[in-house]
Design a protein around this ligand. Structure first.
Ligand SMILES: *Cc1c(COP(=O)(O)O)cnc(C)c1O
Length: 217
């Protein structure tokens, strides 16, 4: 697959779902991919990218950003508090807000930095013990708390359990967003982004289908 092929599939999925063309943001997930592949996708015009590690992003994106204006960087992986300052400075969106303490830290750092990324609350829709995210039952309380901090909250994000039908998880996330009055839905990856668009995704996070399989480890 190439960027063009994925973009075409995304446009078709928007059309089938009765969504406006271009209304779903394609986040090209470049984590672990070699720089030449990332650069090739930049050269094709893609400007929204996802990374899952602050440190990896810090190491290579300043160089790309100097050469390709208008890049928007999304943090899609877990965020430790000691990396929050760097994340606030360099990312345009953070998809992994999953605890009140982190939201408080982000509010303080955003105040200092004079900028704040758009935020998504990550929901552990499958209630998997090893997975990050707030539990569905606790989502509303966390959303309220983030709002009370006057942070720019965009929506909710989920990563459904591997190897299972993602549709019920996407539906669940959409229902939680509707209940909390949030517009943004970050859901859908290489294997299931079309399903996610059909169920209301506003942001899809596609890695291997654009760049090829990631190197193991
Ligand atoms: C790696 C990753 C993706 C992209 O996964 P692909 O299957 O390669 O499309 C999407 N979201 C998150 C949170 C990820 O960590």
């Amino acid at each position: 697959m190439t960027l063009d092929a994925i973009t075409a599939r995304l446009r078709a999925a928007e059309l089938r779902a009765g969504r406006a063309p271009g209304s779903v943001t394609l986040i090209a997930v470049s984590k672990v991919q070699p720089p030449d592949k990332v650069e090739a996708v930049l050269a094709q015009g893609q400007r929204v990218f996802g990374e899952n590690r602050v440190q990896e992003a810090q190491g290579r994106w300043p160089v790309f950003q100097a050469r390709y204006p208008g890049v928007s960087l999304h943090l899609i992986g877990p965020l430790q508090s000691n990396k929050a300052r760097a994340a606030v400075t360099m990312f345009d969106a953070i998809h992994s807000v999953d605890r009140f303490k982190l939201a408080e830290t982000l509010a303080r750092l955003a105040d200092e930095a004079g900028r704040c990324p758009g935020l998504f609350v990550q929901v552990n829709t499958g209630a998997e013990p090893q997975k990050a995210g707030v539990l569905p039952d606790e989502t509303e309380a966390l959303v309220d708390a983030v709002r009370a901090l006057s942070l720019p909250l965009i929506g909710l994000m989920c990563i459904p359990p591997a190897g299972r039908d993602p549709a019920p998880h996407f539906r669940h996330l959409a229902a939680l967003a509707a209940r909390t009055g949030l517009q943004g839905l970050s859901m859908g990856m290489s294997e299931d982004f079309e399903t996610a668009v059909a169920l209301g995704a506003t942001h899809v996070r596609v890695g291997s289908a654009i760049f090829g399989e990631r190197a193991p480890g």
